[in-house]
Design a protein around this ligand. Structure first.
Ligand SMILES: [Cu+2]
Length: 136
């Protein structure tokens, strides 16, 4: 009843361990990029979303936000303006100088709008889906 050790299984096991280590290294290398991207989305959602109205124009003309963001328009012009979404989702009263109007964008999509008093004034809000906060 001698005990003999067959070396073949050991060689196979070492091969498997090295293989698993290689996959782990690849995953570890990919994780920091995913984390950095998630933080960037959160930071964007936390920053104030403001559209300034001045010189008969919206600035920025196109604003991209994440779903759930409240966008505030502020009239810094000497002339009154009135914001109207082209799909009828939101509209403001006439905004005199320094007046503001806010709308919260819950649903992702594109929201083109104009100044209903000066229809050549055009702008657009682009709403992207909010980042998923749950872990994988
Ligand atoms: Cu206007």
């Amino acid at each position: 009843m001698s005990t003999t050790i067959n070396p073949a299984p050991w060689h196979r096991r070492i091969g498997l361990v090295l293989g698993a280590a290689g996959v782990s290294a690849l995953l570890a290398a990919a994780l920091p990029e995913l984390t950095a991207a998630g933080e960037a989305v959160v930071a964007a959602a936390a920053s104030p979303a403001t559209v300034e109205i001045d010189n008969f124009a919206f600035a920025p003309a196109t604003l991209t936000v994440t779903a759930g963001t409240t966008v505030t328009w502020k009239n810094e012009d000497d002339s009154p303006h009135r914001i109207g979404d082209q799909n009828g989702t939101f509209k403001s009263a006439a905004l005199d100088t320094d007046d503001t109007f806010s709308h919260t964008f819950a649903a992702p999509g594109e929201y083109p709008y104009i100044c209903t008093m000066h229809p050549y004034m055009v702008g657009k809000i682009v709403v992207r889906p909010a980042a998923k906060m749950s872990s994988n």
